[in-house]
Design a protein around this ligand. Structure first.
Ligand code: PLP
Length: 415
């Protein structure tokens, strides 16, 4: 007899991933993932795939930064690499308007804390030289807010989320970059939610010196493949002079396996750590899909379908407080107020994967990552309407359907 139980094979059902992320992995990505042969991380096609992916990623991000590559893991892995240039005692300003920029702030506080400051509060350090500017949930970080804080504090670094997925708010990237340039501050941007959804080129924002994103939102790849990052030469020069306390997440050392050596493109990479041929093949295909669709066209498609969903839930009596184009964040109508969590749980129990907000106040988040079709939006609207009706809401189903038809007919007529 043994105490060890061997559980049955793990089956995970198909769900409709209609949340803030992870999004729906493209079938082409899954196909490449499972079709990759067993190969080690120095096999020539794996190395070639990484070099090709690096070049495609520069295109997707709109940059000539040599230090542009993928970090194995999720969004936080890429962000950890980016924030690794922040050293104990550095002066930093972080703009916080929700769950994710809040964690960016915590990451910065952990890295900027002196040994004494960290020991005083190891899980939530409060270093003297880090200033967190809190902007209320549901509001965007404006250029004026950034301007005022940088003028007052004149930090070495400033950090902001481009799109705050916690509340679905777009922050003012132009204002942030301009203010960073004006006060000679090095900007760091969490672009986890915006890359592959919004049409922007990072080289158009010269005040920003570090960028980090994730595989499984706008890039439609699998979680734990590669988090895109990009750094300017100035960021790399600063890092060269200070060093950083990581081998694996070192922005200069990690780049070597992607064929970025001594600040230049090399023909192939050199060993940094073991890379998975499955992950490389999947990431490579996801970038091919993004470029074939085109970043600009994709951004237009997101805006178009988000508008349809926004109109549908508004017709159902919900109030939308977000302005991202991949996500609708809403409050239920008055008669269902306070039952947001219950509704989300009912939906999730039925394989309809919408989300609540992760910080107060509780709102509902419905995402459309890689769900850019009339059928997908209709299904989301229908299932959401049914869930509201189960809680007793009266919904004018005809009006919702007519609105959606009008939205999509107009598009067809326009073509
Ligand atoms: C999702 C998200 C993250 C975290 O990404 P993980 O892939 O969960 O590690 C960080 N920042 C923003 C803005 C996000 O939307």
């Amino acid at each position: 007899m043994t105490d060890t139980e061997i559980f049955p094979q793990l089956d995970i059902p198909q769900t409709l991933a209609a949340g803030p992320g992870p999004g729906n992995t493209d079938p082409r990505v899954l196909q490449r993932f499972t079709a990759a042969g067993v190969a080690d991380h120095m096999q020539p096609d794996v190395l070639r795939g990484m070099v090709e992916a690096k070049h495609m990623l520069r295109d997707v991000m709109g940059t000539r930064n040599v230090h542009t590559f993928g970090v194995a893991g999720t969004g936080w892995s890429g962000l950890d690499v980016m924030f690794n240039a922040v050293m104990p005692g550095d002066k930093v300003v972080v703009f916080n308007n929700g769950t994710f920029s809040g964690i960016d702030g915590l990451t910065v506080r952990m890295k900027a804390a002196t040994a004494e400051e960290l020991a005083a509060n190891p899980l939530d350090p409060k270093p003297a030289f880090v200033t967190i500017i809190d902007v209320p949930h549901g509001e965007s970080v404006s250029g004026e807010i950034v301007e005022k804080a940088l003028a007052e504090h004149k930090p070495k670094w400033a950090a902001m989320a481009h799109w705050e997925t916690g509340s679905g708010r777009i922050n003012d990237l132009r204002g942030f970059s301009d203010a960073c340039e004006r006060y000679d501050v090095m900007g760091l941007i969490d672009a986890v939610s915006s890359l592959g959804v919004e049409d922007f080129r990072i080289d158009d924002f010269p005040g920003v010196h570090g960028w980090a994103s994730c595989p499984q939102k706008g890039i439609c790849c699998l979680p734990l493949t590669y988090a895109p990052v990009s750094f300017t030469d100035r960021y790399i020069d600063v890092l060269k002079s200070t060093g950083c306390r990581s081998f694996v997440h070192h922005p200069i050392l990690e780049a070597r396996h992607w064929g970025i050596i001594d600040g230049k493109d090399a023909e192939k990479g050199v060993y940094h750590r073991t890379h998975s041929p499955y992950a490389v093949a999947a990431f490579h295909e996801a970038l091919r899909i993004t470029l074939q669709h085109g970043v600009a066209q994709r951004a237009r498609d997101y805006a178009f379908h988000e508008a349809a969903l926004r109109e549908a839930v508004t017709t159902m009596g919900c109030k939308v407080s977000s302005n991202m184009t991949s996500l609708v964040v809403l409050n239920l109508p008055e008669e269902l107020a306070g039952r947001e969590m219950e509704l989300v749980q009912n939906c999730r129990a039925n394989g309809f994967g919408i989300w609540p907000t992760l910080s107060q106040p509780v709102q509902i988040r419905i995402g459309i990552l890689n769900l850019l079709t009339q059928e997908a939006i209709l299904e989301i609207a229908t299932r959401f309407g049914e869930a509201m009706r189960e809680l007793g809401a009266k919904i004018d189903t005809d009006a919702v359907r007519d609105g959606l038809n009008r939205h999509y007919d107009t598009d067809i007529a326009a073509e």
